[in-house]
Structure formats: structure tokens, C-alpha cells
Design a protein around this ligand. Structure first.
Ligand code: GLC
Length: 429
């Protein structure tokens, strides 16, 4: 396929996955609106339909809970092909049936991008309308995912991290007692090869965590206090820190001085907290189980998001460049979701090794921003060639490039349009 044809296919994927203002990640496997998928999708739409891009994010915020949380899934209509659906979650926090926890908060960053890319001036009003929602969501994260005020955000469920079966969750998940789940039938393994999906033991625990939160009525303070899973995640923490910096720019632009001061305080708190995730022996930021007090022992693709978060001190920078080059020598395509030198690495199992386009995009942005165009471009070229040879898959093998998981995937198409496509590079030049 030519580049022009790939651009066209990417646009068609977004249009076909559009459900009337919001987009499903892919038909079949994921038939609802997912939080960070939608936000990346907005970047893709923005390359050819800015109004539609805003609509995607506005519809996501329609599902925001009264306490500020923006859920990871909005169940706008019932679809029996997906499990666990709304009745299993048993939530009642907002206007739209939803899951009970959040997902990586990329929205403030993308909203800033949309405002800055728009020359018509109309975007600023739409950003202003969403600004209080963003503030409420960010406050919610700090209150209930960092209850001690240390500056690092925990996830209460592996799904909240957006990186479902990452090896970093293994020990904390094993410590979760399997209870209150009853018999259930998974649907994911009927859509894609079970070898690429999480194991049943993991699924039992995913559902046990949900049952524990249901028991406390999804009350956020109670969830933070009692949830059997509570792990500080460098992915969510770095994405949030980055989003706070972008929210600050929006606050300044919109003249929200009091909010701007509050956000500056968050940034200081998070910059301090990030240090707690740093492990000297690994020379990287890694996850920390808040219940056991133990750090994890592997480097994931989120460790590289430190630069995207604006943490480019000399030690971090030298360490990450070293890891980048080592991993680059080891696999054909960057960036595997888990360190290929780690014993838990599996090149085709979801978040235990495969490459994800939107993670590459964020890592590359971090490198580009510190002036390392060579590493940023390596990530872009790898992403482009994965898509050129294997299509718009959910994720890819870092070794062979084979596409895996669901096909015609919305965020892969969106990342192609906004960043990976050579057409974009030409436009930017
Ligand atoms: C999987 C991914 C998650 C994504 C969702 C929909 O659960 O791990 O990050 O949001 O699929 O694409």
C-alpha cells in the first residue's frame, strides 16, 4: 500500500469505528468508549476534522463522575459481546453507566495540542468549557491515588494503568485473594488468540479487585484505603505530570490564576514524588507496591516517559539513553513494553513485550523535546514500518513486527495520522 493509501485507510478506520461522536477502539473486542483511546483518537481526527476531534473528548467527559473521576470505559449501550459489562461493575458515580476506575490522563495534553494547532480561535472556547472538568479530574487523582500527598500516583486495578498484564503487576496481583467472583465467561479470548491475552489466574484477580471495590460502593476514599491492589505506576504518574504541565499552560492562557497556582503546587509535589520511583540498581523509575512497600524489578516502556514528563536531569537522561541503545540492539522494533532482558518478557503477550504505537509516540515526544531527534526519529520510523508492513494492529511483536490482538485499531490509526505517517513529517518540515 502507498503512503497515501495508508493515510486513507487510517481515516476510514476512525470513521468506521465512530459510533456517532465517540469511537470504539475496535469492533468486536472493545465495543465501548475507552478513556485514553478516545483522547489519542482525537489527535487522529484533528488531522482532518477538528470539530469531530473535540466532540470525542467532550463525549468522554459526559461520563465524568460527580467526584471528578473520568472512567476508563463508558457503556453507552449494552453489548453482550463484552465482559465485564456494566452489571458486573455495579457503579453509579455519573450520568452514563461506566467502569469504576480511571485510565492514564492524557486529556489535558491533547486539549492543549488541539488549541495550539487551531488557528481559527474557536478551540479556546471549547477548552475553556472543559477546563473545570480537567481540574476536577486532576484533583481526584491527587486525592484518591496519592492519598498521603507524596507525589506519585497509584492504580487500584491493573486496568487503570492502561497496561493490563504488565509484569510489574504480577506480585501485587498474586497477593489479591480470589473471592466473591462466582462463575463467569470471558469474551476476549473468543475474539483473539488466548496466547496473546492475560491468563485465567489474572482474570480471577481482576474480578476480585472489582468485587472488593463494589463492596465499599466505589467510594473513592474507601477504595484508596482498602483496595487489595494499590501500586504506584510510573506510567500514570509521568503521564499525569506531563498533563499537569500542559494544564498549567492552558490555565495561564485562559487567565485562571488561582488554578494556575494550584497546578504549580501539584507539579512540585510530583517532581518530588517521582524520585521515590527511582531505583539505583536498575537506573530507572519503576513501579512501587504501596501495600507491600516493594519496588518492581524490571524496566517497562513507561520508564522512558520520564522525559515526556519533563524529568530530564543528567542521571535520568544518561540512564535512559543507555537502556534505549541496549534494547535497540536487542530487538528489531522499538519500544517493547517490557525489557527484553527480563525473564518475564514475552514478545507477543499484550503488555509483556509487544510494541504499542501510542507509547512510542509519547516516548518520542520526550526525546524530541530534549533535542534528541535521532532517538525520536528511530521510534517514529519503527512505528511507521510496523504499520506499513503489518497494518493497523492493536500491538506488534518487537522481534518480527507481526501485528497482534485486535485489527483495524483506532489509536494505531490515529497515531499514524498525527505522527508516524511520512505525510505528517513532510507537513511538519
Ligand atoms: C486494553 C488496553 C488498554 C486499552 C483498551 C482498549 O485493555 O490494555 O490500554 O485502553 O484495551 O483499547
Amino acid at each position: 500500500m502507498s503512503i497515501a493509501e495508508l493515510d486513507q485507510t487510517a481515516r476510514s478506520i476512525l470513521i468506521e469505528n465512530d459510533q456517532g461522536g465517540y469511537t470504539v477502539p475496535t469492533k468486536g473486542l472493545y465495543p465501548y468508549q475507552w478513556n485514553w483511546d478516545s483522547v489519542f483518537v482525537a489527535l487522529g481526527f484533528a488531522t482532518f476534522d477538528q470539530d469531530r476531534a473535540w466532540r470525542e473528548i467532550e463525549m468522554l467527559f459526559e461520563g465524568q463522575w460527580h467526584d471528578g473521576m473520568v472512567p476508563h470505559i463508558l457503556f453507552r449501550k449494552d453489548d453482550p459481546s463484552y465482559f465485564p459489562g456494566p452489571s458486573v461493575w455495579g457503579t453509579s458515580g455519573g450520568q452514563i453507566p461506566s467502569s469504576g476506575h480511571s485510565q492514564p490522563p492524557v486529556a489535558a495534553t491533547v486539549i492543549r495540542d488541539l488549541v495550539e494547532a487551531d488557528t481559527s480561535g474557536r478551540s479556546e472556547d471549547r477548552a475553556a468549557a472543559l477546563f473545570p472538568n480537567l481540574m476536577a479530574w486532576h484533583r481526584w487523582f491527587l486525592a484518591y491515588r496519592d492519598p498521603e500527598g507524596e507525589g506519585l500516583l497509584a492504580v487500584i486495578h491493573p486496568w487503570e494503568s492502561g497496561r493490563d498484564n504488565l509484569p510489574d503487576w504480577d506480585d501485587a496481583l498474586r497477593a489479591v485473594e480470589v473471592k466473591d467472583i462466582g462463575p463467569y465467561e470471558r469474551k476476549d479470548t473468543s475474539h483473539v488468540d488466548p496466547a496473546m491475552r492475560p491468563h485465567k489466574e489474572d482474570y480471577d484477580r481482576y474480578l476480585s479487585i472489582m468485587a472488593a471495590c463494589r463492596k465499599v460502593g466505589w467510594d473513592p476514599a474507601e477504595v484508596a484505603r482498602t483496595c487489595p491492589f494499590f501500586v504506584a505506576d510510573p506510567g500514570v504518574t509521568f503521564i499525569f505530570l506531563r498533563a499537569c504541565r500542559d494544564l498549567l499552560v492552558l490555565a495561564e492562557r485562559l487567565g485562571k490564576d488561582t488554578d494556575a497556582d494550584e497546578i504549580r503546587g501539584w507539579i512540585t509535589r510530583l517532581e518530588r514524588g517521582a524520585k521515590i520511583l527511582w531505583q539505583d540498581n536498575l537506573q530507572a523509575h519503576v513501579a512501587l507496591d504501596r501495600r507491600s512497600g516493594k519496588h518492581t524489578n524490571g524496566i517497562s516502556s513507561a520508564s522512558f516517559l520520564a522525559l515526556y514528563a519533563g524529568l530530564a536531569d543528567q542521571q535520568t537522561l544518561t540512564a535512559l539513553c543507555g537502556h534505549f541503545d541496549r534494547i535497540s540492539d536487542k530487538v528489531r522494533y522499538l519500544m517493547p513494553s517490557y525489557d527484553p532482558d527480563h525473564e518475564s518478557y514475552e514478545p507477543l503477550r499484550y503488555w509483556r513485550g509487544p510494541v504499542w504505537a501510542m507509547i512510542n509516540y509519547m516516548i518520542a515526544r520526550g526525546f524530541a523535546e530534549i533535542g534528541d531527534g535521532v532517538r525520536a526519529d528511530k521510534l517514529r520510523r519503527d512505528t511507521a514500518s510496523l504499520i506499513e508492513t503489518n497494518g493497523f494492529a492493536e500491538y506488534f511483536s518487537p522481534e518480527t513486527g507481526a501485528g497482534a490482538g485486535g485489527g483495524t485499531f483506532s489509536w494505531t490509526a490515529a497515531i499514524w495520522l498525527t505522527w508516524a505517517s511520512p505525510t505528517r513529517v513532510k507537513q511538519a518540515a
